[in-house]
Design a protein around this ligand. Sequence first.
Ligand code: HQG
Length: 179
Amino acid sequence: MEERRMVRISKYLARHLRHDPQRIGLTLDPAGWVEVETLLRAAREHGFTITPDELREVVAVNDKRRYAIEDGRIRASQGHTIPVDLGLPVVEPPEVLYHGTVGRFLVAIRKEGLRPMNRQHVHLSPDRETAVRVGSRRGAPVVLVVAAGVMHADGHPFRRSANGVWLADHVPPGYLRLP
Ligand code: HQG
């Protein structure tokens, strides 16, 4: 499949599996799943036809493995703005994690720490390169270092999505190293 088509399908899935399922008449279950057949039918009925093969390819080859298929159902592995309970266990994080952002947010972040903003969680990256990529979506990237080990020891829960994104509810400013 062409890269452009792949990106288009991936963005369509993000919109409807993370943010606005109702737009095409979908209801996700509490954990964010929907039947693959139901999704493909809804998309087709709303003017965007995705073949089952295309869907499988996007899920399998997608650069970030954003989507998971299990038992004929599909969901986004992270990134929701609608409330879903992914059912991920609390796990011990590595000593440090990274967060990619941009300079214009630093004053607020210094004061409030990292907040989930529109999403369900704060997203943290396991390595600096990934954080640079995340920050670059918004401008010149700034990478913050999160003292995840200490935070965990202090009782803050961490979870890891199926595609390796670390999720926290909030990162208080005391655990952040800012430039
Ligand atoms: C910032 C992509 C002001 C935060 C990526 C970020 C990621 C604050 C923005 C995933 C703040 C929220 C998520 C505070 C945090 N005051 N700004 N107190 N706390 N911010 O998009 O982490 O491609 O919701 O730094 O790869 O950028 O969609 O979060 O800049 O994994 O799969 O507020 O999205 O994944 O932005 O990105 P977002 P994010 P996908």
